[in-house]
Design a binder for this molecule. Sequence first.
Ligand SMILES: Nc1ncnc2c1ncn2[C@@H]1O[C@H](COP(=O)(O)OP(=O)(O)O)[C@@H](O)[C@H]1O
Ligand SMILES: [Mg+2]
Length: 333
Amino acid sequence: MNRQNPILEVKHLKKYFQIGPKKVVKAVDDVSFTIYEGETLGIVGESGCGKTTCGRTCVGVYDKTDGQVLYKGKDIHKLNAAGRKELTKHVQMIFQDPYSSLDPRLKVHDIVAEGMRIHKLTMSKEQERQAVQDLLRQVGLNPEHASRYVHEFSGGQRQRIGIARALAVNPEFLLCDEPISALDVSVQAQVVNLLVELQKERGLTSIFIAHDLSMVKYISDRVGVMYLGNMVELAETEELYSNPLHPYTEALLSAIPIPNPDIEETRDRIQLDGEAPSPVNVKEGCRFCTRCRFAEDICKSKTPQLQVVRENHLVACHLYEQKMDENQEKKDA
Ligand SMILES: Nc1ncnc2c1ncn2[C@@H]1O[C@H](COP(=O)(O)OP(=O)(O)O)[C@@H](O)[C@H]1O
Ligand SMILES: [Mg+2]
């Protein structure tokens, strides 16, 4: 991987929603990361942690509250109309719900061709027909499906149509927002494999959002873990799975079922009680401390900053050294 060419640079990004006279949702609160050319960054965290808001603010769908997002060096929130249109050619999105994100009144052909028409990428009707059929083939669908409507397809097939639509404008960057969460477990891996293949073939750079850590491993080069608007851990995928340093990451990892029943039965699961609290009017201190089994006094009073603690590994936890020792002891045992 070429980690020299930054595509997306996110700097101290904040996105707040004012939902009442004195109520502010800090959906994204000072998040920073860089994604390099050809790289996939996984973003995980429970529902409501700010993943969608972060993704959408990063690609300019939402205005920011503060901070900066650079796409290939250009401030994404300062583009003029022409710049924004140009950006939609380079940056495409794949959504969670392939039922509501595809227009039921349109034939598959027209859904896939829409972007090509907007950006005037094909010359003739025949060229367009060919291009759509090629795309359908690439995402594992029958080219004859072009003349059908989306309600005739299964969830997995619809998501393939959504992927074909995104690829139709030949984008450089994909924002995949929980593209497999609404699919049957049995087809989740197929869609992930398809995305991995397409990304390799086309050299795409991407963000892959998920609410758990089970599939993210197979598609991400690095993974960022979000909790209540903050990035609490960010590391190379291998490193994150083998050496999690934030108690929240550890809990998310422990929620993944292990296919081996012997291990599954005997291992200790770290239970996360309840849902993540709401990010409305958050206080000073670690946002995870109300659910953290290690929390100490300092966690309640001082907000931990995301900091580099090992090569390519950042964590925002006052007690990370303890965790490092614990992980090392486990490895040695
Ligand atoms: N348009 C909006 N107006 C007000 N609050 C919002 C809006 N969009 C999201 N939120 C709130 O921001 C927080 C993060 O939401 P979201 O980014 O959708 O999280 P996730 O994708 O991780 O589930 C949630 O508390 C959610 O209720
Ligand atoms: Mg979401």
